[in-house]
Design a protein around this ligand. Structure first.
Ligand SMILES: Cc1cc2nc3c(=O)[nH]c(=O)nc-3n(C[C@H](O)[C@H](O)[C@H](O)COP(=O)(O)OP(=O)(O)OC[C@H]3O[C@@H](n4cnc5c(N)ncnc54)[C@H](O)[C@@H]3O)c2cc1C
Length: 375
């Protein structure tokens, strides 16, 4: 009898696992991929895609169907919908299907790859359908064009890159302000000082110890936004771009399988990336966030999960999941420069970061997620 591997989430983690399993042509196994969106989104480039005219939609959104169509039709199914409830005892997942119907899918092996979301009005992650993702991206881009004053909140990797792109394009013509909650960018990571220097060169104003406590429409009907800082100061801006607060997409998972950390209810896993306390359930990517959210970490985790799912299907033991050999944290700072460190110690020259990341934000790698060569 045919076995079902159910994968929830059609982004970096989920599509990678799907490719890895389908490429093996495992007999009598069907892979079902559930995705809210019909399209894969190269969100790493979203920071530049908000600058009008820089990146075409088709360069960063690709149909998932194209990725799966290269495998025998009976070996896969793409379900456009959202997981609403997972029952690890009965081995079923309820799906709200995109056409408005509901469906319950039984599985033999389940992979949780539903990632994490950013602010719903921001285009940094795709939180819903393809059409919604496009609308959010286009709306942000239009606001960026019209704004004279822009506040970017959050000085982690995304905030630094967003401020850098805005500074590169508009540093001389618009006022760009980056709010940093502490006294150093990137939570005091080794890149902090270099990133601050690069941003200053692009005329970005960095406000330290500046946490946005409240954000509300300005009272005078001008369409502006008041950003009230924790200290009481109010900054009135044309556009507020939040980059803080990634929330794991885990609402459909029973609470006993999740971290009790109020800020980040990620899925709890063991060293095999098997969900702790559950049978035949695995997780990878930002939904796990160990040791931290990241593209290369997700790639490694997805490869490990695919290997362990294949082993489980064959009745074999899992192997311990491996992470990347080195921890690289690199930020593009505008279209010309970048900052980065290896293992938070070895500095990466700006040219190296630009060559590896900043010049195209990794868009050429998207091809590998469609033709399957990533796995
Ligand atoms: C702006 C930005 C830039 C980044 N740049 C870098 C970088 O340069 N280098 C780096 O290492 N990392 C970077 N990252 C991190 C990287 O994007 C993530 O690590 C990566 O996206 C994780 O992939 P994922 O598949 O685990 O999750 P996600 O990309 O979050 O995808 C999860 C998918 O699951 C879907 N989903 C959610 N809930 C459900 C549900 N209930 N049912 C079905 N589907 C669901 C979502 O819609 C989404 O499509 C960046 C992140 C951001 C926000």
């Amino acid at each position: 009898m045919s076995k079902t591997v159910l994968i929830l989430g059609g982004s970096f983690a989920g599509l990678h696992v799907a490719h890895a399993l389908l490429k093996k042509s495992i007999r009598d196994v069907k892979v079902i991929l559930v995705s809210k969106s019909t399209h894969f989104y190269w969100n790493l480039a979203s920071v530049r895609a908000i600058i009008p005219g820089q990146i075409e939609d088709d360069d960063i959104f690709k149909p998932l169907e194209d990725a799966l169509a290269r495998y025998p039709a009976e070996s896969w199914e793409l379900v456009i919908g959202s997981a609403t409830h997972a029952d690890f005892d009965s081995k079923t997942v309820d799906i709200a299907v995109g056409d408005g119907t509901a469906r319950t899918i039984s599985y033999d092996q389940l992979v949780l790859a539903t990632g994490a979301r950013t602010h719903p009005d921001a285009p940094w992650k795709a939180t819903g359908s393809y059409e919604q993702a496009l609308a959010t991206l286009h709306a942000t881009s239009a606001k960026v064009k019209d704004a004279q004053h822009i506040v970017v909140a959050g000085a982690g990797g995304t905030g630094i890159e967003v401020a850098g792109e805005l500074g590169y394009e508009y540093g001389k013509t618009k006022e760009i302000v980056l709010l940093c909650a502490g006294d150093k960018l990137a939570n005091g990571h080794g890149i902090a000082e270099a990133a601050a220097n690069e941003l200053r060169k692009l005329d970005v104003t960095i406000r330290y110890d500046a946490r946005a406590a409240e954000v509300r429409p300005s009272g005078n009907g001008t369409g502006k936004t008041d950003v009230v800082l924790a200290g009481g100061e109010t900054i009135t801006t044309d556009l507020y771009l939040p980059t803080t607060g990634q929330v794991p997409n885990t609402e459909y998972i029973p609470a006993r399988f999740l971290s009790t950390d109020q800020r980040s209810a990620t899925v709890l896993v063991d060293e095999y990336l098997r969900v702790s306390g559950a049978r035949d359930v695995w997780a990878c990517g930002d939904v796990v966030s160990q040791p931290r959210a990241g593209f290369f970490i997700t790639q490694k985790q997805a490869a490990s999960v695919a290997r362990n799912v294949e082993a489980a299907l064959a009745g074999l033991k899992p192997t311990v999941a491996k992470g990347p050999p080195v921890d690289i944290f690199a930020c593009a700072v505008g279209r010309g420069r970048g900052v980065g460190r290896v293992n938070n110690s070895i500095r990466m020259p700006s040219l190296v970061v630009w060559l590896a990341k900043g010049r195209n934000l990794g868009i050429p790698m998207l091809k590998g997620y469609i033709d399957g060569s990533v796995a």
